[in-house]
Design a binder for this molecule. Sequence first.
Ligand code: FES
Length: 281
Amino acid sequence: MYKILEKREIAMRNTWYKIYAPHVAKKVQPGQFVIVRAFQNGERIPLTPVMWDREEGWIVLIVFTRGKTTMRMALELSEGDSLLNVAGPLGNPAPMEKFGKVLAIGAYTGIVEVYPIAKAWQEIGNDVTTLHVTFEPMVILQDYLENAVSRHIVEPVKLDPRFDFKVNMKYVTKRLVEKVRELLESENWDLVFMVGPPGDQKAVFEVVREFGIPMRVDLHPIMVDGTGMCGACRVRVGGEVKFACVDGPEFDAYQVDWDELIHRVGFYSKMERIALERYLE
Ligand code: FES
């Protein structure tokens, strides 16, 4: 079960896994996610099926190598191996409505979640433009998006080797905000949708708010069970506590408590870094 049918590195730190998971492939809708447990006693990580085949029973996951588990997956798993468990589909499907002219933004691997949603929105009659802002060697899904939506814009940012990754990420945020402002100033939009790190989502939201355009976001706080039981994915939306796994992952950007979300997401980053360093020793 959950056999890895195909595994390949498609861009820097981005690995494509085609997984046999017929129960997920049969039901998954754009906007939903799965919780993967790759190893015995390993952590559970939320990932988004980017494409699937209901008859053949496979899904594709694109995994960004970031912490210990994703590094183990990249280094230790091969085609023919199996994942321990793939639970899902979880979360609510993205709303399939006629919004009109939509700008759908993916920062870094956020584009993985944007792809199935943007494709479906275009198919039901929306005029969708997608924007992918990331480091140059991490551009993914370009051909797929060019074939799926009205217009796909890629803004690759060069990695400056003089600075560490975190400093370089500030250039991505800067380019993202500049490009969004340029697009909002030059064209009329009915909806902005975005997936990416919460700091970047907040930065984009602050620009969108100036223009008064509706904005929806997929939120990805820390998740454990993905079923509303553990409370790890708690977010404050419209002054109420919500669980991103069962109430989301999509929310109205105008209602999200961004500062609380950013604080909670960074809560375990030191422990995650230590776990990765120990694994690599
Ligand atoms: Fe546990 Fe959402 S992941 S409540």
